[in-house]
Write a protein that binds this ligand. Structure first.
Ligand code: NAD
Length: 370
């Protein structure tokens, strides 16, 4: 089988869908084509791919393979070069109905890795987790760079410097890593989430959990989430959370927001009123900016200063850790490939498999996810 790795063309995308490590594993049994320069933004040279068993090709040949490994969905021009029946695997954005329909019309067999279900068997293919982990880490470093003070407490001959207070809103994979990273830098940390099990995780990392009490059974039930993801909370609970967060935000030096609800706009957690109440020079890093933002003042791809607060709206912080983000992503892709390649090295797509069912967007012209 011919498996190819085209170069990513989306602005700002630095990751690559296969590394020499994963190419080496695949090249033993398949023909591996890597577009010239595909790995360079992640510091992987063509020579490293060749040493791992790949052949370096031009874009046109890469788009002609049987299986195409991608980070982002191919654009219209790229899609037009892919032959019907080709398997395309990547973070294809399953909530983009137009793109799903276009891929179906092109006859592709497209798998969106963001839709991998949160079951134990699929953990090694979970791209949202591997990339969110990196984004949570980088969010703290970006915040520390923007912040004009120290993170740890310092006692020096010139006087004492207080530790930074960091508030983390949304404690999933990114939020937990942000807590761990801020802790390593010596910050004092508080965190909030809707899901009750998060409290124990937050406390085990040495941070304080902001408890927003559940008053009704309905609130408790919704807060459990579904499939490991949060659901939109009732307005009354959100109001109580906002009041508590407003008070904590006044004391915070850095806020990192990561709260997401799949397929919906991100919940607003830091209102303009709250930003106004924050200390001048404090920093917000809004990891939910591409879903509308947890702070309505954040702007996509920009760092802005509003009411004296620096608000970072960088949507894909994992792209700033290109080499390791690619290494983990490529391993996720390799594990997914094992699911659709049988022992005889043939493509076998079991439509009854739970992971296939969740990720397959279209096949043979049929649109499975609208
Ligand atoms: P996510 O990126 O969808 O959301 C980030 C966080 O925002 C979540 O913790 C969510 O509860 C929170 N959130 C949503 N609305 C909020 C609000 N109004 N206020 C505060 N917080 C809010 O989530 P994620 O990081 O992908 O992971 C969610 C959970 O799934 C985590 O507990 C993670 O450990 C778990 N997980 C399980 C598996 C598995 O079992 N295979 C794999 C990956 C993740």
């Amino acid at each position: 089988m011919r498996i190819s790795v085209p170069a990513e063309t989306r602005p700002g995308e630095t990751r690559v869908a296969a590394t020499p490590e994963t190419v080496k594993k695949l090249a033993a049994k398949h023909e591996l084509l890597v577009q010239s320069g595909a790995g360079l933004p992640a510091s992987v040279t063509d020579e490293a791919y060749v040493a791992a068993g790949a052949r370096i090709v031009a874009a046109a040949e890469a788009w002609g393979a049987d299986v195409i490994l991608k980070v982002r969905a191919p654009n219209a021009e790229e899609r037009a070069q892919i032959k019907p029946g080709t398997v395309v695997i990547g973070m294809l954005n399953p909530f983009d109905a137009d793109n799903n329909a276009a891929m179906a019309a092109a006859g592709l067999q497209a798998f969106a890795l963001e839709a991998v279900p949160r079951i134990t068997r699929a953990q090694s293919m979970d791209v949202l987790s591997s990339q969110a982990n990196i984004a949570g880490y980088k969010a703290v470093l970006v915040a520390a760079n923007t912040y004009q003070r120290f993170m740890p407490m310092l006692m020096t001959a010139a006087g004492t410097v207080k530790a930074a207070r960091v508030l983390i809103m949304g404690v999933g994979v990114a939020g937990l890593q942000a807590i761990a990273t801020a802790k390593r830098l010596g910050a004092v940390i508080e965190a909030s989430d809707v899901r009750p099990p998060v409290k124990e995780q937050v406390e085990s990392l040495g941070a304080k959990f902001i408890d927003v009490p559940f008053i009704t059974d309905e609130e408790k039930e919704i807060a459990q989430g579904v499939g490991g993801y949060a659901r939109p909370m009732p307005a009354d609970w959100m109001r109580r959370q906002a009041e508590l967060v407003h008070e904590r935000a006044k004391l915070a030096d850095i806020i990192i927001t990561t709260a997401l609800i799949p397929g919906r706009p991100a919940p607003v957690l830091i209102s303009e009123e709250t930003v106004k109440a924050m200390k001048p020079g404090s920093v917000i890093v809004d990891l939910a900016v591409s879903q509308g933002g947890n702070c309505p003042l954040s702007e996509l791809n920009k760092t802005v200063v509003k009411h004296g607060v620096h608000i970072v709206g960088e949507p894909d912080l994992a792209t700033l850790v290109a080499a390791d983000a690619s290494a983990l992503y490529a391993r996720n892709v390799l594990d997914f490939l094992k699911l659709i390649i049988d022992k005889e090295d043939k493509l076998v797509i079991d439509r009854e498999d739970e992971i296939i069912k969740a990720t397959l967007l279209c096949t043979g012209g049929e649109l499975l996810r609208k």
